[in-house]
Ligand binder design. Sequence first.
Ligand SMILES: [Zn+2]
Length: 74
Amino acid sequence: MSNRVVEGRMVTPKRLAELVEGEKPLEAESIEDADRDCPECDGNVISVGYMPSVTEFVTAYKCQDCEWAETDRD
Ligand SMILES: [Zn+2]
């Protein structure tokens, strides 16, 4: 349902989190539109909340068109 195309590939919420995090998350919420544009290419930015571990919740932001990504970690 919330699968989205990122850099030309359809990704699930968990796969999107894995792209940003580098490891598979335990859980991931639905992918949503972040209300912002990519600072690199002005592409559309999407977000996904996920749990990389049982004690941590992270929101990741990822451009759909290029490699730009960030998280809300300090
Ligand atoms: Zn971009």
